[in-house]
Structures are given as structure tokens and as C-alpha cells.
Ligand binder design. Structure first.
Ligand code: HEC
Length: 141
């Protein structure tokens, strides 16, 4: 691929911003999540948030919201921002809609090659869907 020099610079600059953003936000060590008495969903990824119940407005499971809140704070806030207010360096998770469930779990389990770590070995899907549920509780969608 041919890249113009200015484009290369841009890439460097954003990589640097990245490094310092991650460093200054400190802790990216995965934090274990106690999923309390939420059902254990096993390891085969569901393609839809099981804690969004019933109607189209998606009533959220309160327990999942609470567990997801601390799981998010311990594992995601360092990069995605307090209460999912990204500040622009990472995608704003509040913009995802319920149609993005499958995409969401895939990203969190597998990570991406542009700065998103994989959480597969640290978080079970019960914890991941709780985080998803928490993020929904603080978004407008
Ligand atoms: C070390 C920083 C970092 C941590 C920690 C992190 N992420 Fe990310 N995340 C990123 C980056 C960077 C991207 C964009 C990656 C890309 O475009 O390839 C991203 C992308 C995503 C996406 C895709 C969003 C979209 O609109 O495309 C989801 C979903 C996501 N992260 C969820 C989470 C969750 C949930 C956690 C906590 C369990 C988490 N992330 C922890 C850096 C991080």
C-alpha cells in the first residue's frame, strides 16, 4: 500500500496519542468480575443481549446493569471513558444499537488489531453482556 508522508505522520501521531492516553489512564489490567447470582451463560457466545428483556424498548435487567457498571469501570473505562463518554479517542460505545449485539460480543471477546485487547480469557459472557447492559443504561438508543 502506498501512503503519503503526511498520512504516515498522522498514523504515528495517533499511535502516540494512543500510547499516552493508555498510559495516563493507567490501569488496563483486567479486573475479575463477580457476576453474583446472574445466570452463568456458558462459553458459546449468544448473539443477542439476554439481559435486555421483553419489549422493543428493551427493559434492562437491573442486576446486570449494576454488575456491568463495576465491570465496565474496572475493565473498559480506562480506554472508553467514565460512564462510556469516550472523549473521542475510542469509539463511543453508547452509539451502538441493539442490532449491534453480535458485533459487540465479538469485539470484546476477540479484540481488534487497532488497540482493543481481547477479553475472552478474563471475562465470561455473563460479565460481557452485563457490561453491554450497563452501557445501554447510559445511552439514548
Ligand atoms: C486498551 C484500551 C481498551 C480497553 C481496555 C477496551 N477497549 Fe474497546 N476499543 C479500544 C479501541 C482502540 C477500539 C477501536 C478498535 C478498532 O477500531 O479496531 C475499541 C473498540 C471497541 C468496540 C467496537 C466499537 C465500535 O463502535 O466499533 C467495542 C464494542 C468495545 N471496544 C468494547 C469494549 C469493552 C466492553 C471493554 C471492556 C471490557 C473494552 N472495550 C476495553 C480500546 C480499548
Amino acid at each position: 500500500m502506498l501512503l503519503s508522508p503526511s498520512f504516515k505522520l498522522l498514523i504515528c501521531a495517533s499511535a502516540l496519542t494512543w500510547a499516552s492516553a493508555v498510559a495516563s489512564h493507567g490501569n488496563v489490567t483486567p479486573q475479575p468480575v463477580d457476576t453474583g447470582d446472574l445466570p452463568d451463560l456458558g462459553t458459546d457466545a449468544l448473539n443477542k443481549n439476554p439481559f435486555r428483556e421483553g419489549n422493543e424498548h428493551g427493559e434492562l435487567n437491573e442486576k446486570a446493569v449494576n454488575i456491568g457498571e463495576s465491570a465496565y469501570a474496572g475493565n473498559c473505562a480506562g480506554c472508553h471513558g467514565i460512564e462510556a463518554q469516550s472523549g473521542g479517542l475510542t469509539p463511543d460505545l453508547r452509539e451502538l444499537t441493539e442490532w449491534d449485539d453480535e458485533y459487540f460480543i465479538g469485539r470484546v471477546m476477540n479484540g481488534t488489531d487497532r488497540g482493543m485487547p481481547s477479553f475472552k480469557s478474563n471475562l465470561g459472557q455473563t460479565a460481557i453482556w452485563s457490561i453491554r447492559t450497563y452501557v445501554e443504561s447510559v445511552s439514548d438508543n
